[in-house]
Design a protein around this ligand. Structure first.
Ligand code: PBG
Length: 328
């Protein structure tokens, strides 16, 4: 009888043995929980397109932030919705905007929680685009000035980190210069650097009411977000953002782009974040609800894969669930 010359199964015999040789572990420390806030009082409205997610008002989001902190999750990522949209998205930098008010209240109640804010215009513009429309296209250079104003208003309210998600060129430098000039040298920038024009943002756009308006003649974001076919371009963009002053660079979405995370990890020494986006979240949710997959197992397998590819930080709507699974 021939014997296998190496029995790989020896190290898989028991749970303890598997734990002993495990190469990758996801910790609650790696997770960021995204939250949506809009003006008002006592709001906690279920978001139809995203199971178990809510629109909060600045008062109710404080309770949620306290719960997140209690679970051991170190950071939240805030998205805002305006009362009124306009051409320039001016509510995005308003001192009493939903995000700005939420930051102030959360900081008072849970000062240890890292507050990251999404910096973009798409939820605030009547066009649904991430920048200003000029001559039938999304204008780069006038947009980055506004993005710097948005970032500054978040810093003034007390944000620890700003996360530009618009994909204009030069926005990281514009934001960094503006923060330095105005006395916020310690506010970090996490740039959505490798952000692809993805179909997986669908549920989020319903949640943020930020889908591009057809009347603009531009029904997608392909002139500013990256082509899913490009990997080298993603690495170039990450290098540029780091040069411009980003402290953390992000790959988004996560699961269809594990190769980008892996290559970024080989190439750059700064922390790498991955955004496990709304469509990825709802795929697991829908499939588990239909009884096709085991939800907890699918969540942990996904997060472990993202970590194994090289991400240090995972932004995920599963953060609360994952922290509970990890405690079991
Ligand atoms: C805004 C923004 C989007 C997401 C994060 N910031 C949507 C988009 O670019 O259309 C998507 C997040 C998700 O799908 O979970 N620019």
């Amino acid at each position: 009888m021939a014997f296998p010359n190496n029995r790989m199964r020896r190290l898989r015999t028991t749970d303890s043995m598997r734990r002993l040789v495990r190469e990758t572990t996801v910790a609650v420390d790696n997770l960021v929980y995204p939250l949506f806030v809009r003006k008002g009082n006592r709001l906690k409205e279920p978001i139809e397109s995203m199971a178990d997610c809510f629109h909060f008002s600045p008062d109710t989001i404080v309770k949620e932030a306290e719960e997140v902190a209690k679970l051991g999750i170190p950071a939240i990522l805030l998205f805002g919705l305006p009362d009124k949209k306009d051409k320039t998205g001016s509510e995005a930098w308003s001192e009493d905007g939903a995000v700005q008010s939420a930051i102030r209240q959360i900081k008072k109640a849970v000062p240890q929680l890292v507050i990251i804010t999404d910096v973009c215009l798409c939820a605030y513009t009547s066009t649904g685009h991430c920048g200003l429309i000029k001559d039938g296209t999304v204008d780069n250079d006038s947009t980055i000035e506004l993005l710097a104003k948005v970032a500054l208003s978040h810093a003034q309210a007390g944000a620890d980190m700003v996360a530009p998600s618009d994909m204009m060129d030069g926005r990281v430098k514009a934001i960094r210069d503006c923060l330095e000039k105005n006395g916020f040298p310690d506010v970090a920038i996490m740039s959505y650097a490798a952000k692809f024009a993805s179909a997986f943002y669908g549920p989020f756009r319903d949640a943020a009411e930020s889908a591009p308006d057809a009347s603009t003649g531009l029904t997608d974001r392909k002139t500013y977000q990256m082509d899913p076919a490009n990997a080298r371009q993603a690495l170039s963009k990450m290098a540029l953002d780091i040069e411009e002053g980003a402290d953390i660079v992000m790959v988004k979405p996560a699961l269809p782009y594990l190769d980008i995370i892996y290559r970024a990890r080989q190439r750059f020494d700064c922390p790498i974040a991955a955004y496990n986006v709304s469509g990825e979240y709802m795929m697991i949710h829908a499939s588990a609800s239909a009884g096709h997959i085991d939800k907890d197992a699918a969540i942990m397998e996904s997060l472990t894969s993202i970590k194994r590819a090289g991400a240090d930080i995972i932004i995920t709507y599963f953060a609360k669930e994952a922290s509970r699974i990890l405690k079991k």
